[in-house]
Design a binder for this molecule. Sequence first.
Ligand SMILES: Cc1cc2nc3c(=O)[nH]c(=O)nc-3n(C[C@H](O)[C@H](O)[C@H](O)COP(=O)(O)OP(=O)(O)OC[C@H]3O[C@@H](n4cnc5c(N)ncnc54)[C@H](O)[C@@H]3O)c2cc1C
Ligand SMILES: NC(=O)c1ccc[n+]([C@@H]2O[C@H](COP(=O)([O-])OP(=O)(O)OC[C@H]3O[C@@H](n4cnc5c(N)ncnc54)[C@H](OP(=O)(O)O)[C@@H]3O)[C@@H](O)[C@H]2O)c1
Length: 492
Amino acid sequence: MAPRCWRWWHWLGWPRIRPPSASNSTNSGFYRHFSAQKNPQICVVGSGPAGFYTAQHLLKHHTQAHVDIYEKQLVPFGLVRFGVAPDHPEVKNVINTFTQTARSDRCAFRGNVVVGKDVTVPELQGAYHAVVLSYGAEDHQRLEIPGEELPGVCSARAFVGWYNGLPENRELAPDLSCDTAVILGQGNVALDVARILLTPHEHLEKTDITEAALGVLRQSQVKTVWIVGRRGPLQVAFTIKELREMIHLPGTRPILDPADFLGLQDRIKEVPRPRKRLMELLLQTATEKPGAGAARQALATRAWGLRFFRSPQQVLPSPDGRRAAGIRLAVTRLEGVGEATQAVPTGDTEDLPCGLVLSSVGYKSRPIDPSVPFDSKLGIIPNVEGRVVDVPGLYCSGWVKRGPTGVITTTMTDSFLTSQMLLQDLKAGLLPSGPRPGFAAIQALLSSRGVRPVSFSDWEKLDAEEVSRGQGAGKPREKLVDPHEMLRLLGH
Ligand SMILES: Cc1cc2nc3c(=O)[nH]c(=O)nc-3n(C[C@H](O)[C@H](O)[C@H](O)COP(=O)(O)OP(=O)(O)OC[C@H]3O[C@@H](n4cnc5c(N)ncnc54)[C@H](O)[C@@H]3O)c2cc1C
Ligand SMILES: NC(=O)c1ccc[n+]([C@@H]2O[C@H](COP(=O)([O-])OP(=O)(O)OC[C@H]3O[C@@H](n4cnc5c(N)ncnc54)[C@H](OP(=O)(O)O)[C@@H]3O)[C@@H](O)[C@H]2O)c1
């Protein structure tokens, strides 16, 4: 079998230096180039939690390593900026740790560079000793049902991007003139979206939600939000903290049908403790007798409800066919046990009238470059503990490595693991050790293509501008959402 470095060289298509023939490989000086590299140049693609945690671990455990973090946006931090809900500011504190990493003199942020378009992965491989792909999951999972394209249907991904100031979603302006919204999917993103739709706007005014989103939410007529799951209460994907926030949302009341919870008390005895506590809270809320909370509930002007055993079948058009007016749901029952429990249609359907359908059935990674293997069924880069299968020198971390689930701490753990594998390979001499030009070579390429990267100090200027714009309104920041304006502010 060809040695690993052979295949690596082959992948690179490196034209200037030829690997030795297999026959003289054992005593060739060539392999001395693959001894442990003293000053490795490493490149990370993506500046979300996966990118930053990978870089942090590499820099901490290899005191001579240099890490460049490439990012397509003009600003860093991925879903911490563009995903995490504006009313969860404490979650965004990880930005302080990421900032420390970015300020290291062995780390550089290279924003405004779309890898796969402005520069290819093989070009990065040629310039660095190792490349780590940490570019997340930027698409949404489609429902694949008729009517999905109608106005009034929107992915939760785009909706979240809109209220969080993601440039590509800044024009979304969803129509909230309807009374009822339906969210498909029962994960934490679904609960984030429901909460933002129903939170009194005066509570959002002190967050970093964009002013444009706030303007639309102030005019919202949405009074009821249904959160629909294809399976049952035991299979919900949201967690207890987020459910508690929904239950305590001012001015709203929950609508839970006690019939959905019959027999649950007995079944939850065996489930792991976190799920048991979640189920107990759901049960308690569904079966609560009028009491202390009754007065609050009576005053509620808005409501949210969980509907179970309902799978989306078709978005129903309005009579003129111009927009969504409801959703047809297939009634389901469960088959299988434990993790393998599946929703199977019973043949019955139910129509739920609504003016807004938000599909929140998960995110999805896309392939970045034809040279990088991609498992389109699983939506990940095939890898073993972060080593991309059959491509030595190429690694992955975060959502593109394991799929679009898991919180920031899960992403931290898997990014540290990827970094460990890379450092092991480096130590074992499995990565090339001859000098690598790093950013110098890529900068020349980018410049010849008219691409001008932005640095971390550029971000710090934009950051200061955002904070200053937010101050007048008592907000932590007013996000800049227009890339042209950002570049103008940077003098580019
Ligand atoms: C709506 C939402 C809310 C969430 N809220 C929480 C929460 O409250 N708490 C919590 O712990 N977790 C939360 N999570 C989960 C958390 O955000 C993820 O675990 C984490 O962000 C995954 O990190 P990542 O780096 O793999 O992906 P991302 O954060 O998506 O980072 C990927 C980065 O790669 C960049 N990129 C993409 N393509 C390219 C390219 N071609 N070239 C260069 N750069 C590229 C992207 O712009 C992005 O900056 C939330 C997730 C979502 C979707
Ligand atoms: N506050 C927080 O900590 C926070 C906030 C937001 C996101 N996150 C994390 O980010 C990750 C992504 O969240 P997410 O909500 O996008 O995904 P998720 O947790 O995987 O939930 C997806 C939901 O969509 C449903 N679904 C999937 N395909 C479907 C289909 N074809 N038809 C109907 N329903 C379908 C799933 O049901 P099935 O179970 O039946 O497949 C599930 O209820 C999660 O790990 C989440 O915890 C965390």
